[in-house]
Ligand binder design. Structure first.
Ligand code: CAO
Length: 412
């Protein structure tokens, strides 16, 4: 039962130097878990406040959906006074997170050595595109990480080009990995009293998520991948369309009325075939030695899914979902973004939540997928630029007049 008052990371202070998506996705999770996240932005603000705006002069959904549960201060890291104030912020923080281009924080004058001098208990997490080595100095965005981490070469159809996935595995996927590293470092600090450096590369995070494709790369040396729908195999894992390539064959089959997302993904486990054969009006195939066993079906999975599609094309995807689940067949309708944002069960699960924002009004965001019994998440709207300047600089001992002066001098 929740005690109602505390959060898992209550009392943990995060100095959030992140921008765009990868870093903010990590610090937003820390905020959901109860940490006090102070986002430090240049006086012009995180670029995503202005990107992809749907309303004039209002923080974009890009920003507001990735920066909930944070406080915001502005600080010019290129001014001497800004660096002094930053030093104070480092001194009182447990965690600092950044995802600037390679070397940017060093150029601000805050190398890891310097940060350790200021605060030996600091956990310093950095997200970069790549690890040390030949790509270390390169900048990276989402799809670059997908391209270089194994996702694009394995996504798409055999006869088409490599494709990007809509899931932001390069950015938010790296953010989640970073949170895991930070929490482990926080735990280790309990024993050592020392902070440490946590470094996560977007290419590495995507590669970790493509682990099973590297499994298949090594299986390839012993012959064709029978679980893939492809007929020809070279010496690289091919794109396999909607097949997972795993032990249980699956495919997206079309449903009525034939819209772009009227599909259901169906997995045929060994015991699933007999009930499916009956459901699709082909009960004789349950016993037919040409179809009855997984081994018999393996060379003709495309035909098997065609037979299922001859049935599914006459059903709505929600009807197909109910019918197949009644038989214990794992399946999932392809849900569009509109269907997801309107989904009542996701709203009940606080996965789609309404947030009030002083400038944009109410908007929907995606809630926390982490459900902790003693640390429930309250999604709190993203801060306006510099909204907490007075409050946070007062915590450092500055007076309201000092803060006004800093503003006039271009320090904040
Ligand atoms: N005050 C003053 N200057 C500040 C500042 C502050 N508070 N915060 C940042 N800056 C400055 C930095 O000092 C740096 O300046 P210099 O280059 O002169 O040292 C600059 O702003 C930030 O540089 P950047 O390289 O981070 O920004 P960019 O727009 O050129 O590149 C990106 C953006 C995302 C490609 C790069 O940050 C990057 O590769 N990050 C790591 C990988 C990553 O997280 N990518 C995810 C992107 S989301 O798809």
């Amino acid at each position: 039962m929740s005690n109602g008052n505390t959060k898992a990371l209550q009392g943990v202070r995060v100095l959030d130097m992140t921008h765009v998506q990868s870093g903010p996705s990590a610090t937003q999770i820390l905020g959901w878990l109860g940490a006090d996240v102070v986002k430090v932005e240049a006086p012009g603000g995180d670029i995503t406040r202005r990107q992809l705006r749907d309303l004039p002069d209002v923080d974009s959904l890009y920003f507001t959906m990735l920066n909930c549960n944070k406080r915001s201060v502005t600080l010019n890291m290129k001014s001497d006074r800004g660096k002094e104030i930053f030093t104070e912020l480092v001194r009182r923080s447990d965690i600092m997170v950044e995802n600037f281009g390679p070397g940017a924080v060093d150029r601000m004058g805050f190398t890891w050595e310097r940060l350790q001098e200021i605060n030996p208990r600091l956990i310093y997490a950095s997200i970069k595109g790549f690890g040390p080595g030949r790509y270390a100095d390169y900048k990276a965005y989402e799809v670059i990480a997908q391209a270089m981490g194994g996702s694009m070469s394995t996504t798409g159809f055999e006869d088409g080009p490599p494709l990007a996935t809509g899931a932001q595995i390069g950015d938010s996927g790296t953010g989640i990995h970073t949170v895991a590293g930070i929490l482990a470092a926080l735990y280790q600090r309990e024993a050592t009293g020392r902070g440490q450096r946590v470094q996560v590369a977007m290419q590495h995070a995507v590669l970790n998520l493509c682990r099973v494709k590297l499994r298949d790369q090594q299986r390839l040396t012993h012959g064709a991948l029978a679980e893939y729908p492809n007929e020809d195999f070279g010496d690289e894992v091919p794109r396999s369309g909607n097949a997972s390539g795993g032990g249980q064959p699956g495919w997206a089959v079309r449903c009525a009325p034939g819209g772009p997302n009227d599909y259901i993904y169906v997995i045929v486990q060994p015991p699933g075939w007999a009930p499916i054969a009956k459901l699709i009006g082909r009960p004789e195939l349950a016993e037919d030695p040409e179809w009855a066993t997984p081994e018999a079906r393996l060379p003709k999975l495309d035909k098997m899914f065609q037979l299922i599609e001859e049935w599914s094309i006459r059903q709505s995807k929600s009807h197909a979902l109910a019918e197949l689940n009644a038989l214990g067949v794992p399946c999932g309708p392809i849900l569009s973004t509109r269907e997801l944002i309107e989904d009542t069960s996701l709203a009940e699960n606080e996965m789609i939540v309404d947030v009030d924002h002083p400038e944009r009004g109410t908007f929907k965001t995606v809630g926390s997928p982490l459900k902790l019994s003693d640390s429930p998440v309250d999604v709190v709207r993203s801060p306006l630029l510099g909204e907490h300047n007075q409050e946070i600089y007062a915590e450092l001992g500055l007076t309201p007049e000092d803060v006004t002066g800093l503003k006039t001098d271009g320090v904040i």
